[in-house]
Design a protein around this ligand. Structure first.
Ligand code: CMC
Length: 450
């Protein structure tokens, strides 16, 4: 299966002239983007003896890509050109996975074939289950995932043949298929229940629920509304351009590392509360607030920078308008939760606190001035909790979805004509060159002084 990548060469639309401190001028090519900002190619600056400085990559395009486009000012997210709202409404997770992975939405035949291929790979070696059992039941699922996804490299040696297109394809599919199995196993390990083998008569999403909540003692049929909500959550999280974890996978991949090791690195990066770990952190924060009456003092505490606290689930590096994924997730929250409540499920107070928090924060000049809007994680944690996913599994669910994005970017990287190892430089501000004192010199100096 060929990787999807356009032929070499960018469309140059002009040049940008840069005057250097030594008076020399450099002409830098400007390339057209299909959508969004054009980029200035600074590669030749090194020949003039300069690097660019951009901590946090605020204005740096680390690669060119055909997969996902975000317009942060408009609050727009497109996968291969399709708006996320439409994908969430009209497509299942594996259709979106096909889109990201292959570049097009599948027709009926392609969909069946893609599904079949993924299902074929859902099992993992029994030995992986044994590694998992070695973890204490208090181990966080993300810690177990990092370890066991990386461990798959020990079972698929051909994964290291990253130069082979077919090997890249097979191992990327294996990752999409096996990460849910490992995630569910990590949960079963933490509650001391037997692992449930994947049941391939179930759909991809049903299988996740079955492997997490089924037991050998009883028949398990996932609730259709829960399946639908989880399917949408996976679609919304499937990819997000060059975010921290995807950039981590790309950087690891640029060394020709084994794909299981690269995705394991991606999971590590995702875990942080500034990124995918935010969904778990939002719920912890809502629990900490505890009641609607505590919101105002809590927000006051956040304004005080010395507290080091942030309003979890608010703000985004790219969106300076409402996160379009959060809009979809907010709607699910409002549709699903009252229905569950009508059926006797306990309405979680966290939703009420979240709604009130959103209202107050969106009218607070601290958040207005900084364009801080709720992001996807503000709502995803609440929905995940409502459908019965335990808090420590929230980020693992995110990882299941984002694996599709990671492997799509990893394949794109490997088929990129500009592929080379990622190796940033730095602004060195340390000591100038100096000599290590000769052995005993300090003692001799002290003796002489006496
Ligand atoms: N609560 C309070 N203040 C904030 C927040 C927040 N959540 N986010 C940013 N700020 C303030 C920040 O203190 C700074 O203020 P000032 O200009 O006075 O110094 C200003 O807004 C700009 O912040 P920044 O740190 O330069 O923004 P960033 O683009 O580097 O950070 C972020 C983006 C997502 C890491 C940050 O907004 C954050 O920490 N949010 C909370 C964690 C969160 O919800 N993360 C999930 C992101 S969406 C899911 C995903 O894609 O992974």
């Amino acid at each position: 299966m060929p990787d999807q990548r356009h032929p070499p060469g960018h469309r140059q639309t002009g040049t940008a002239e840069l005057k250097l401190p030594n008076g020399k001028k450099v002409e830098l090519p400007v390339y057209a983007a299909t959508l969004g900002a054009d980029v200035i190619d600074v590669q030749q600056l090194i020949k003039a003896g300069y690097y660019t400085y951009d901590p946090g990559f605020m204005s740096t395009a680390s690669c060119s890509s055909d997969i996902t486009y975000i317009d942060g000012a408009k609050g727009e997210l497109l996968h291969r050109g399709y708006p996320i709202e439409q994908l969430a409404e009209r497509c299942g997770f594996l259709e979106v996975a096909h889109l990201l992975f292959h570049g097009s939405l599948p027709n009926r035949v392609e969909k069946t074939e893609f599904d079949r291929r993924i299902r074929y790979h859902t099992m993992v070696s029994e030995k992986v289950g044994q590694f998992m059992r070695a973890f204490d039941s208090t181990a966080h699922p993300m810690a177990m995932l990092i370890c066991t996804i990386g461990a798959l490299a020990a079972f698929y040696h051909e994964g290291s043949d990253v130069g082979l297109v077919d090997s890249r394809y097979d191992n990327a599919l294996r990752l999409i298929a096996k990460v849910p199995t490992l995630a569910a196993m990590s949960y079963k390990n933490s509650i001391g229940q037997p692992y449930m083998y994947p049941q391939n008569s179930f759909s991809f999403v049903e299988n996740i629920l079955y492997m997490m909540f089924g037991t050998p003692a009883e028949d398990y049929r996932p609730d259709k509304r829960v399946v639908k909500a989880l399917e949408t959550i996976l679609v919304l999280h499937a990819d997000h351009e060059q975010n921290a974890s995807t950039s981590t996978v790309r950087l690891a991949g640029s060394t020709n590392a084994n794909p299981y090791a690269c995705v394991s690195a991606g999971v590590a990066s995702l875990w942080g509360p500034a990124h995918g770990g935010a969904n778990e952190a939002v719920l912890a924060m809502l629990d900490e607030i505890g009641s609607v009456k505590n919101i105002k003092p809590f927000l006051k505490g956040i304004r005080d920078k010395s507290s080091g606290k942030r309003l979890m689930g608010f703000g985004h590096r790219v969106y300076k308008n409402y996160d379009p994924r959060a809009k979809v997730m907010r709607k699910i929250c409002h549709d699903l939760l009252p229905r569950l409540q009508q059926e006797g499920e306990e309405m979680d107070e966290s939703l009420q606190i979240a709604m009130e928090l959103e209202k107050i924060a969106l009218n607070d000049d601290y958040y207005v001035k900084r364009n801080l809007y709720p992001n996807i994680d503000f709502y995803s944690g609440i929905v995940l909790r409502a459908i019965g996913i335990p808090n420590p599994m929230f980020t693992a669910i995110f990882a299941i979805a984002r694996t599709v994005g990671w492997v799509s970017h990893w394949r794109e990287l490997h088929s990129d004509p500009e592929f080379r190892i990622g190796r940033p430089r730095q602004l060195y501000e340390g000591s100038k060159k100096r000599s290590v004192p000769a052995r005993g010199a300090a003692k001799k100096k002290a003796k002489k002084a006496r």
